[in-house]
Design a protein around this ligand. Structure first.
Ligand code: 4NP
Length: 162
């Protein structure tokens, strides 16, 4: 069952927020000893082929995760058939994804913070134009969302909180 689940995280540039969401969720899934398809993409293609922002790499590294080999890409129509769940990092990404969702889409499209109690309907703020501290806030948000999303998708695999 779990090998049929495939999760894509989508922000604007795919160099700050969605790579961190991907990294946090990969860590959460590995902790649960599950193996599923996980990726991230941007609604925009300006940074396609680029590694994550150095500040995003740094905050991931501080939490024991190396994301320097990730490469940005733009979301495609095929993603709606390849992934079962597409999670938007903010409301604008969500509306852009809903507008491009093809009629034969497999994916459910939703907002990442809907998986954090009390944060439903909210956006993960874009840290790109801010300072390093903003990336720590982003990490905290995507980390909590990764746990909530894993609980939603795999309730039977729930483990005691660390
Ligand atoms: P992200 O942040 O959507 O979290 O990857 C951004 C990265 C780059 C730009 C905007 C947002 N940009 O305009 O280049």
């Amino acid at each position: 069952m779990t090998d049929q689940v495939a999760v894509l995280f989508v922000c604007l540039g795919n160099i700050c927020r969605s790579p961190l969401a991907e990294a946090a969720f990969r860590q959460e899934i590995a902790r649960r000893c599950l193996a599923i398809s996980i990726d991230s993409a941007g609604t925009g293609g300006w940074h396609a082929g680029d590694p994550p922002d150095l500040r995003a790499q740094a905050v991931a590294r501080r939490h024991g995760i190396e994301i320097g080999a990730y490469r940005a890409r733009q979301v495609t129509l095929a993603d709606f058939r390849l992934f079962t769940h597409i999670l938007a990092l903010d409301q604008r990404n969500l509306s852009d994804l809903q507008a491009m969702r093809p009629t034969d889409a497999v994916a459910r499209v939703g907002l990442l913070l809907d998986h954090v109690a009390g944060r439903e309907g909210q956006s993960v703020a874009d840290p790109y134009y801010g300072d390093e501290a903003g990336f720590s806030i982003t990490w905290d948000e995507v980390r909590r969302a990764a746990t909530g999303l894993a609980h939603t998708l795999f309730p039977e695999g729930r483990r005691d909180r660390r």
